[in-house]
Design a protein around this ligand. Sequence first.
Ligand SMILES: Nc1ncnc2c1ncn2[C@@H]1O[C@H](COP(=O)(O)OP(=O)(O)O)[C@@H](O)[C@H]1O
Ligand SMILES: [Mg+2]
Length: 315
Amino acid sequence: MTRRVAERIISIGGGKGGVGKSVVAANLAVAMAEEGREVVLVDADLGAANQHTLFGVEKPGPTLQSFIDHEIESLEQARVLTKVPRLTLVRGASAVVGAANISHTQKGRLLRHIEKLEAQVVVVDVGAGTAFNQLDLFDLADLKLVVLTPQLTSIQNAYAFVKGAVYRTVQAVLKQHGFEEVLASKAELAETARLEVLLQATFDCSPKVEAEVRMALQGFKARLFGNQVQDAAESTVFRAVARMLNDFLSISAPFLGFARATRALHDSVNRRRPYLLDARHDESALALRQTARVLLDEPVAVPPTAQSAVATAAA
Ligand SMILES: Nc1ncnc2c1ncn2[C@@H]1O[C@H](COP(=O)(O)OP(=O)(O)O)[C@@H](O)[C@H]1O
Ligand SMILES: [Mg+2]
């Protein structure tokens, strides 16, 4: 059994590429370090890593790929310094074809080592897509931040992504009790049905399963952050998504704030310097800092082996 070391794990996902998950993850990590926390940012986008570019850390050295290839024994050894005091980075594998195709065993080892990172806060930048690798990296965290834009395609992908993550979590509980067919056999219904409705018959026949599923759903702490907002009125859509997640998936996923689409945020990428490092005080910077504080203040109950549910789902 793995001893959990990381005090707080926050995953950043959203299903869709290009919405700003990495930019948001980088700036939240900066804001958390500026709040005085010891932070490690893990670039777990296995197919298209770019945190090293966002931070301008491109010298040779160990990366997550070195860990996957067993060139280093622990993920801890892949931590490199950034310009930001208290913030270290585990760089991803950007130029390796096939890097995204890690095996089940490799994934299990990666998840265990993320939990063992010695830091007050571990921020995990989860890549795009809804494959099990992304869902399990997202589910691992105590707090799960979904980054989405007001565009319909982003909302659709974010919903599908969270749904995949919630179903996987629930499936892990059902499987422990031999009920794994309940969701699997209703795949076509699941498109539109509420999770509660799909599970009703199972709940009726086993109060124990009901209690455990409800506990898992309560422990699924998702949060929403809007990005690339053009007009503040657009941001009402994020509250609608929060309601939809609550109604259909029975999880609480409050909307925490949004950043606007701005030239300055866009340019920070080419300058290889996270936006917040220049002591910004505009609306987007304030929203990012405020979101970082909320994510730091939220109580988390760190399980002794947080990985067990994921391991069961994946078995
Ligand atoms: N708030 C924003 N304003 C302007 N441009 C942004 C903003 N957020 C992201 N971008 C642009 O979108 C690009 C993709 O963002 P990125 O964080 O890499 O997306 P993801 O990680 O979701 O694939 C960035 O390179 C940047 O140019
Ligand atoms: Mg990214």
